[in-house]
Design a protein around this ligand. Structure first.
Ligand SMILES: [Fe+2]
Length: 251
């Protein structure tokens, strides 16, 4: 049951290879449970599955950067990690034991491949092969990555409320830098690369930011985060801070 089969081929060799590895990891997990391995061993194997799946999702998202379904697909990954963590949490505290763990993990993953990965990656491969001319070169957005010193917005510290969707923990942070593409925060809370974090804070006197961001850089207690699906309000607020678009697009 826990084996990859050709029906699960998504048409991208690197992704299929990672899927096969995940099936092997799930199979190891199933065997360990059947053999009655102790809880610590099961938890360790769950960590391995979680870490590998996590990196795998990130690899898929990188490949889908230009795909129209990138945001919904990424949010689906976030939902999957959340379901996985909730199941683990319930299992640890014996709140739910009706579905065997490896059956849950297997079905949870197979369902994602069939309903999300195969349609998305096969569509992407079809588009690439039917393109007769290369896509127009995208002009770099000069506002992107342009940093705004915090002092231009406020002289006070910007305190933020954070909620990490992966470890399900709330924390606080100081926003040390703001850009069109994301934020840099300082926090003693632990966030891992790729974590999805909701950040709420007030910038200046009138603007309340409430956005989902992904951790793209970890440096000690500082984290770089990129907006996932920025709201129109936040986009226009940041655009106003940077000035008119025309000013920056002139060559
Ligand atoms: Fe996926």
């Amino acid at each position: 049951m826990n084996e990859w089969n050709p029906e699960l081929n998504v048409g991208v060799a690197s992704i299929d290879k990672q899927h096969k590895i995940i099936f092997d990891l799930i199979s190891d997990l199933g065997k360990a449970i059947e053999d009655g391995k102790d809880r610590r061993r099961i938890e360790k194997l769950l960590d391995v599955v979680e870490n590998f799946v996590y990196r795998h999702f990130h690899a898929e998202e990188e490949l889908l950067k230009q795909h129209a379904d990138r945001i919904p697909h990424t949010l689906e990954h976030y939902n999957l990690m959340r379901e996985f963590n909730i199941y683990r949490f319930n299992l640890r505290y014996k709140k739910q034991e009706k579905i065997p763990l490896h059956t849950f993990v297997h079905d949870w993953f197979v369902n994602h491949i069939k309903t999300q990965d195969i349609p998305t990656f096969q569509d992407s491969a079809k588009k690439q092969s039917s393109e007769t001319s290369p896509p127009p070169e995208e002009k770099p957005d000069r506002r992107r990555n342009k940093r705004i010193p915090q002092g231009r917005i406020t002289d006070d510290d910007i305190r933020a409320q954070c909620y990490n969707y992966f470890n399900l923990k709330k924390s606080t942070a100081t926003v040390v830098d703001i850009a069109c593409s994301g934020l840099r925060i300082s926090s003693i809370a632990q966030h891992k690369l790729g974590d999805l974090v909701n950040i709420k804070c007030r910038i200046g006197t009138n603007f309340k930011l409430d956005e989902k961001l992904r951790v793209v850089d970890v440096s000690g207690t500082e984290y770089g985060l990129e907006f996932m699906d920025i709201s129109n309000e936040a986009k226009s607020f940041l655009t106003n801070l940077y000035g008119a678009i025309g000013k920056y697009s002139r060559s």
